[in-house]
Design a protein around this ligand. Structure first.
Ligand code: SF4
Ligand code: SF4
Length: 348
């Protein structure tokens, strides 16, 4: 068995459903990423524009000296729950599919560390490695593409033939030179624009990137402070993230391979009752969402989102709770969101 086959077998055993090797060369979309930063499309995510991080994204050896190969892996997650009459009820919010699971970073890191630990045993000599899980400055979709895991879609996400875009990606950088894989042929997006048409805020750009300044996922997850007024109606009843550009994609409609079990299952309701969410105290909210990606929004950011959603839902039963929070909430952004929501309820 070749070294790469042995690594693939290890990756399979660890539960990675996709595995491939990319060369540690500058990523093909690096110039697009540089232009994206130059145009300010990262919005308030200043960490994406830090000079050392921008430089590292163009040269993996800045992350791991002597880096020669990048092992790319994927763990799939369950697609968004199907909507029902109950879930489409306007008194319910919606949470992006990846965020109703326990946070995946620790699981991915643990599995990649296990793979890294096997490398020296397999080659019989010390090997330098670096585990990257989302937070390292690396253009991970580019390497996953080069490693043959999927294509980069017009929705800017990695589209895999087996699991669509519902995958978490991870990388293991190494100074070992391994046989590399080839990118997949073809382009499933060639004749398709469904995601572009489905985006409520026209955030998807022709070069297959997202303008975060228009993306509801950015505003409801990453942004602290008020959301620009012109985007608040578009938030609808989303209270964390947006799945529109994934839901529209035909590759996500094909279903997953039979006999497959996910590594993680949802731990919170994707369509929670908006008023009940708004009534959560900080300790209750922490107990409910603390281990999920929703925690990233922070309590005040989440309440801001729920307030916008209540304003958009138009449910008069929300008036007393919004009125009270508008006067008494300690966070000015929440008070502002409540005032906006009250205005929507009173004028509709
Ligand atoms: S997440 Fe939503 S707002 Fe952002 S690009 Fe996709 S469809 Fe548009
Ligand atoms: S919806 Fe169509 S254009 Fe968009 S990512 Fe999917 S296949 Fe590509």
């Amino acid at each position: 068995m070749s070294l790469k086959d042995a690594l693939k077998a290890e990756a399979d055993q660890l539960g990675f459903v996709l595995f491939g090797v990319a060369p540690a060369i500058p990523p093909p979309h690096y110039p697009i990423y540089q232009a994206w930063i130059k145009a300010g499309r990262q919005a308030g995510m200043a960490y994406l524009a830090r000079p050392e991080a921008v430089a590292a994204r163009g040269a993996p050896e800045q992350l791991l000296p002597g880096c020669r190969s990048i092992l790319c892996v994927a763990l799939p997650y369950p697609p968004p729950a199907p909507t029902s009459a109950e879930s489409s009820d306007q008194t319910r919010g919606s949470i992006a599919a990846y965020a109703v699971l326990p946070d995946y970073h620790a699981l991915m890191r643990e599995k990649l560390n296990a793979l890294a630990n096997r490398l020296p045993e397999l080659v019989g000599k010390p090997v330098h490695t670096l585990v990257c899980v989302d937070t390292a400055p690396i253009l991970e979709k580019d390497y996953a593409f080069m490693a043959g895991l999927g294509w980069i879609g017009r929705n800017s996400l990695l589209l895999t033939p087996q699991f669509g875009s519902y995958v978490f990606l991870g990388e293991l950088l190494t100074d070992l030179k391994l046989e590399v894989d080839q990118p997949l042929e073809g382009d499933p997006c060639a004749q398709c624009r469904l995601c572009v048409q489905a985006c409520p805020t026209q955030a998807l750009r022709p070069e297959r990137s997202v303008d975060a300044r228009r993306c509801l996922s950015y505003w409801t997850i990453e942004h602290r402070g008020p959301v620009p007024e012109e985007l608040r109606r578009s938030i609808g009843t989303r209270i964390f993230g947006c799945d529109n550009c994934q839901l529209a994609c035909p590759l996500n409609a094909q279903g997953i391979p039979g006999g497959f079990t996910y590594a993680q299952e949802p731990v919170v309701d994707p369509f929670p009752d908006l008023l009940a969410e708004f009534a959560l105290t900080q300790p209750e909210w922490q107990a409910k969402y603390g281990q999920t990606p929703v925690a990233r929004a922070k309590y005040a950011g989440f309440r801001r989102n729920v307030a916008y959603a209540l304003g958009n839902a138009g449910d008069p039963l929300a008036l007393p709770a919004l009125q009270q929070a508008c006067e008494q909430d300690p966070d000015p952004t929440v008070r502002d969101a409540c005032a906006w929501a009250l205005k929507q309820l009173q004028t509709n």
